[in-house]
Design a protein around this ligand. Structure first.
Ligand SMILES: Cc1ncc(COP(=O)(O)O)c(C=O)c1O
Length: 454
């Protein structure tokens, strides 16, 4: 015999029930090739021999071989039979064994309490939205996003966030991060808050822009220091990430004036602007300079990061370039989620959820303040995280993170947010109070209090 039965492997016989159908044979062969059990170049048995061995019709084996030749797994050559085609090495999607276990108590910033996702309201909205949707909904759509969502957002953002928004100026994106990437791709020099999120700096650099630091103090980003060489500045005015400072009125005016004078763009990251606890949410900077500001919002904090739904309200001059960038990235954002969100907003389910989430997070913030009484806690007026500055000459961030880890507690640090690492930076912990479930939260705070007093 020209072929090697041993190389064919017992696996194949195990995977395939006697008298199995063509689809099962194809599946077993694909699996064996992907897993490398059938190496590139191996010769397969003749159809007659394999059919007899498996108890199937010869035509079944021939059809399976033909299918896999068409898919590129096998190569058939007259005179030399059927062989396994050269394929790239198999890819394993199994999680790596080295992945660290999740902490027992998670007070890292960045995520909301995902157990609070309004599943019932979302399902009702999806049923209503999709039940009424014409079949054209399932075709390719507008790169700016579905008109129903853009109309709903224009109304909501004007009412709730003080944004001057017309549906034609809105582009729906895959979260804040895509809006940032599209905007950064249109600018050469981008100033970003220092400290700020390192991931977002990396996104801007990948989009091809140069990042320059903009210091942050007790009044927010030093927009008074912006230079004419900067093309765009990225700010978190409602709740600076990670310090929790609100951008002071004078700094808001300074950034609007800089943008007008130099033709610069302000990218306003309003990631959690709805969550303000001491008074009405602070209105967007965009409201005072709509032709200078690209306002970006996201459903990541109000609903769930997994939705990957964000929106950008653009100055007139940037609509066309951003729409073209979006078209050439992914054509448009997935539509079924957009329609559901539109329905949730127009039916006021979104407002109800945001109100409920705000009071839940305010209660968490209050519990944080009461458990850490006596500790300095900053940036507590808004959002889902707070800053605990560490006294000069006291314990360093790294030491406290290590103590916390020994107690099964994970928290954030200021250190990873600076543009340049240095021993001279002020030290502090960033406490995210969105992440843990309601039941785990008080215990997490107890551990934090013990670590801080240790
Ligand atoms: C500062 C900041 N901006 C924006 C976002 C939201 O990003 P996205 O909408 O891409 O999930 C986050 C999420 O953690 C954030 O921390």
């Amino acid at each position: 015999m020209a072929f090697d039965w041993a190389a064919f492997g017992v696996d194949l016989h195990l995977d395939l029930p006697l008298g199995g159908r063509r689809a099962e044979l194809e599946q077993a062969l694909r699996a064996a090739i992907r897993a490398g059990r059938l190496a590139p170049g191996s010769r397969l048995p003749a159809t007659r021999a394999l059919a007899a061995s498996l108890g199937v019709a010869r035509g079944t084996v021939a059809a399976a071989y033909d299918q896999l030749v068409a898919e590129g797994y096998l190569t058939a050559r007259t005179g030399s039979g059927t062989t396994v085609a050269p394929v790239p090495p198999p890819v394993s999607f199994a999680p790596s064994a080295a992945e660290p276990a999740p902490p027992r108590f998670d007070l890292r910033p960045g995520a909301p309490d995902v157990t609070f996702f309004p599943t019932a309201a979302w399902l009702r909205a999806a049923r209503r939205a999709l039940g009424q949707a014409p079949s054209a909904t399932y075709d390719y759509g507008d790169p700016r996003g579905h008109p129903a969502l853009r109309a709903a957002l224009a109304e909501y953002l004007g009412r709730a966030r003080g944004v001057l928004a017309h549906p034609d100026r809105i582009v729906v994106t895959s979260g804040y991060v895509q809006a940032l990437s599209l905007l950064a791709g249109l600018h050469r020099v981008v100033a970003m808050e220092d400290p700020g999120l390192a991931f977002h700096r990396a996104v801007v650099r990948r989009a091809g822009a140069r990042v320059v630091p903009l210091p942050v103090d007790a009044a927010g980003a030093r927009t008074d220091l912006l230079e004419s060489t900067v093309d765009a500045v990225v700010l978190t005015p409602a709740n600076q990430f990670p310090t929790g400072v609100t951008l002071a009125p004078a700094r808001r005016h300074a950034v609007a004036a800089w943008a007008r004078e130099h033709g610069g763009l302000v990218v306003e990251d309003d990631y959690d602007g709805e969550f303000r606890y001491d008074r009405q949410p602070v209105g967007a900077v965009q409201g005072m300079a709509p032709e200078q500001v690209a306002y970006v919002g996201t459903a990541a904090k109000t609903l769930a990061p997994a939705l990957r739904l964000g929106w950008v309200v653009l100055p007139a001059r940037l609509v066309e370039p951003v729409v073209e960038a979006k078209r050439h990235t992914d054509f448009h954002t997935e539509v079924l989620g957009q329609l559901t969100l539109a329905e949730l907003i127009t039916g006021h389910g979104y407002d109800r959820h945001v109100r409920a989430a705000r009071s839940r997070y305010r209660a968490r913030r209050d519990l944080l303040l009461s458990r850490l009484r006596g500790e300095p806690v900053r940036g507590v007026a808004a959002g889902l995280h707070a800053l605990v500055p560490l006294p000069a000459g006291g314990p360093r961030e790294a030491d406290l993170l290590a103590v916390a880890a020994r107690h099964g507690l994970a928290v954030g640090d200021l250190g990873s947010h600076w543009h340049e690492a240095s021993d001279d930076h002020p030290q502090g912990l960033i406490i995210g109070y969105g992440t843990p479930s309601e039941s785990r939260y008080p215990a997490a705070l107890d551990v934090l209090a013990r670590v801080l007093r240790s």
